[in-house]
Every structure is written in structure tokens, then in C-alpha cells.
Design a protein around this ligand. Structure first.
Ligand code: NAD
Ligand code: DAU
Length: 347
């Protein structure tokens, strides 16, 4: 079977591409990625020569190009990860998020529908979404698959919108789909605009650690390779028209997580205990900042037998080790555009 993975050069996508290329030598995996600032072929250096892997550079918002690509490869399955993914960037440039996340998804949906409309059997459009579509939780409760959508940022509104279109194509055209809504991922190859890699990079370089607001915001963290395993499982065993929540059973207040990270970094860099923590600086809050995300992942656990395999301490350890031994990767992605982004975001 030939499958399309969009956004496969990004953080989560690269782990999904590697897993599927290695696990299913009889699949032809086509990775379509526009290589925006977040896409990086270095993430896939180790598998780029595999015979069952093809990389195509291209933009999901280019309708003619996408239609031709679907005609050429006749994708039986699509795993759609390509997106603008950073909340802070969505606050500065919301339209870019509508273009890629909403219109880009629509163009893929149309191409898939037009290709298979008369024979949807054994075909699947798998849309990767986020828990942020549910908005924010208070101090208690968990997001379940039936929690109402209530997005608060332009990023989450664009993801929510794309989820609705995927569902609508299922209802209106009978297009087989699954959607998963996952919590915060962390791990190797994450672009250092997101909390954990940003702070690792800043600690390495003795730069300040900008904590938004009072730091008492809560996220549910999942190791990226565990997410990739869940995606493989849902792609093969998920039920048509179902949604699955994926989470780490692992809630941390930002400030507690940051303190743990600081401790581990001091040890790994052989610095005096407390030196990284001294870099913590409280800065202006993110507008519309969601207080708390936490996932009830019991459905995917009960129905598909998935659970995270790595504890947070283990995952964080592996992540820090990876960044410390891949300083060239970090140096490459933090040159150029990153510097002007950083300046605009943090001053
Ligand atoms: P990322 O920003 O690291 O990667 C996105 C990838 O998409 C990049 O390789 C980029 O080049 C590509 N891309 C962007 N615009 C494109 C376009 N117009 N055409 C083709 N390719 C394009 O993102 P990520 O963190 O790996 O997230 C992947 C997906 O998972 C996203 O859909 C995101 O909403 C979702 N998600 C992310 C998290 C998380 O914690 N990172 C959690 C839940 C869900
Ligand atoms: O929940 C899933 C989502 O997780 C994904 O859909 C998004 O693609 C992904 O970016 C992530 O969104 P968050 O906004 O939760 O992640 P981020 O790493 O940007 O921020 C995590 C928390 O840390 C959040 O409460 C904001 C805070 N933060 C973040 C940055 C970048 C800071 O305090 N300072 C910072 O500099």
C-alpha cells in the first residue's frame, strides 16, 4: 500500500515516518513536506535511502500540485500532520494558520475524495489534531472525546476548524476517517520554539528562561515516540469515524517542569546546582493562555491497548541527552530565521 504522510520532516512527523518505513517494508511511504522553518530533512538522514521511502517537497495549499500528486501515487492512506503548530506564532500571524491548517487540509480532503469517491473500501484519511481544540480546563477534570470544542487561540481555532471539515467529509461523502487529539509532545528533533527545547537551548547558552505569567499553567506531556506508536496503532486498528484522545497521564505545572529541567541540566553540564534555575525570568503572559490541559486517554487504552511506555523522567533524560549530543542540529536550526523570531517574541 502507498501512504502519504504530510509534515513528515517536522518533529512528530519525522518519528512517524521512521517508524512506518522501518516497520512496514512492504509499504511505500511518501513524505510530503514544504520544509518551512519547522521542517528539516536532517531529522530523517538515517532512513532517506530506504527503498520504500520517497520524499516530495511541496505545499499542501497548492491545489494543482496536490491533485497531481494524488493522481500519480494513488494514496490509499493519508496521515496528515502538516501544520503551522506554534501558538505564539499564531497570535502574530493568524492568517498563515488558516491557510495551512484549514485550507491545506481542505485541499487534501478534496484530493482524497476525488480519487476514491467510488471506492472508499480499505482507504483511510487520518487527521492528526490536538487537545487544544477543547479549550482550557479549570483545576479539575479531563478532556474526553465528547468534550465540546472551545478553542482559544488562532492555532487551536484553525485545528478545530480542520477537524470539523474532516468529520463533515465523513458524514457528507462517506469518506473513511479517524482523528486523534493529542497532548503536548516532547522529545528529540523538536524545534526550539516550544517550551522544553527552547529552555534546553537557553540553558546551554546561559540565556534567560522566559516563563509566561506566573508559571502555574499545566500541560500533559507525552514522549514523541509513544505518540508515534499510538499513531501507527490508530492507523491500522482505529474504527472509522472515531476520535481518540492521546495523552501522557503526566500533568506538570510549567514552573515545576522547568525546575526539574534545570536540575537535570545542571547535572548533565556539570554546573553548580541552582545555576540554571537562576536564569528563570517571569515575562508577560501569552494572550488567551489556556490554564490547563489534561487528557483522559482511557478510550485508546481500552480499545486499542495503547499506553505510554516511558516515564517523564526517562523521556526528559533521553531528550536532554539528545540535544546535548546534537549541538550541530541545534546550531543549524537556531541560525537565520530563528534569530529574528526570537527577537520579536522575547525582545
Ligand atoms: P512541526 O511544526 O514540528 O512540523 C510541521 C511540519 O509541517 C514541518 O515539517 C513543516 O515544514 C510542514 N508544513 C508546514 N506547512 C506546510 C505546508 N503548507 N505544506 C506542507 N508541509 C507543511 O509540528 P509538530 O509539532 O510535529 O506537529 C505535527 C502535527 O501534530 C500538527 O498537525 C500539530 O497540530 C499536531 N500536534 C502537535 C503536538 C505537539 O505537542 N507538538 C501535539 C498534538 C498535536
Ligand atoms: O497540547 C498540544 C499542543 O502543545 C500542540 O497542539 C501544539 O502544537 C504545541 O505547540 C503545544 O502547545 P503549547 O502552547 O502548550 O506548547 P508550548 O511549548 O508553546 O508551551 C507550553 C507551556 O509553556 C505553555 O503553558 C506556555 C509556556 N511557555 C512557552 C514558551 C514557548 C512559557 O512559559 N514560555 C515560553 O517561552
Amino acid at each position: 500500500m502507498t501512504i502519504l504522510i504530510t509534515g513528515g520532516a517536522g518533529f512528530i512527523g519525522s518519528h512517524v515516518v521512521r517508524l512506518l518505513v522501518e516497520k512496514y517494508p512492504n509499504y511505500h511511504v511518501v513524505n510530503l513536506d514544504a520544509l518551512t522553518y519547522a521542517g528539516n530533512l536532517e531529522n530523517l538522514k538515517d532512513i532517506e535511502d530506504k527503498p520504500n521511502y520517497t520524499f516530495v517537497k511541496g505545499d499542501i495549499t497548492n491545489e494543482v500540485f496536490i491533485n497531481n500528486l494524488f493522481k500519480k501515487f494513488k494514496f490509499e492512506g493519508v496521515i496528515h500532520l502538516a501544520a503551522e503548530s506554534h501558538v505564539d506564532r499564531s497570535i502574530k500571524d493568524p492568517l498563515a494558520f488558516v491557510k495551512t491548517n484549514v485550507i491545506g487540509t481542505m485541499i487534501l480532503l478534496n484530493a482524497f475524495k476525488n480519487l476514491w469517491e467510488n471506492d472508499f473500501e480499505n482507504k483511510l484519511f487520518y487527521h492528526i489534531s490536538t487537545d487544544e481544540v477543547y479549550g482550557t480546563l479549570g483545576q479539575i477534570g479531563l478532556f474526553t472525546e465528547t468534550t465540546s470544542y472551545d478553542p482559544n487561540s488562532p492555532y487551536s481555532a484553525s485545528k478545530a476548524s480542520s477537524d470539523h471539515f474532516v468529520r463533515a467529509y465523513g458524514e457528507t461523502y462517506g469518506m473513511p476517517y479517524v482523528i486523534t487529539n493529542c497532548s503536548n509532545n516532547y522529545g528529540q528533533n523538536q524545534f526550539p520554539e516550544k517550551l522544553i527545547p527552547l529552555f534546553i537551548n537557553n540553558i546551554i547558552n546561559n540565556k534567560l528562561l522566559p516563563v509566561y505569567g506566573d508559571g502555574n499553567y499545566t500541560r500533559d506531556w507525552l514522549y514523541v515516540k509513544d505518540h508515534a506508536v499510538a499513531i501507527d496503532l490508530v492507523f491500522h486498528k482505529g474504527k472509522n469515524k472515531e476520535t481518540y484522545n492521546i495523552g501522557g497521564f503526566n500533568e506538570w505545572k510549567n514552573i515545576d517542569l522547568i525546575k526539574l529541567l534545570c536540575l537535570q541540566m545542571d547535572e548533565k553540564l556539570s554546573r553548580k546546582k541552582g545555576s540554571s534555575e537562576r536564569l528563570i525570568t517571569y515575562v508577560k503572559d501569552r494572550p488567551g493562555h489556556d490554564l490547563r490541559y489534561a487528557i483522559d486517554a482511557s478510550k485508546i487504552n481500552k480499545e486499542l491497548g495503547w499506553k505510554p511506555s516511558v516515564t517523564f523522567e526517562e523521556g526528559l533524560n533521553k531528550t536532554i541527552d539528545w540535544y546535548l549530543s546534537n549541538e550541530d542540529w541545534l546550531a543549524n536550526v537556531t541560525s537565520g530565521e530563528y534569530q529574528s523570531y526570537y527577537e520579536k517574541q522575547y525582545g
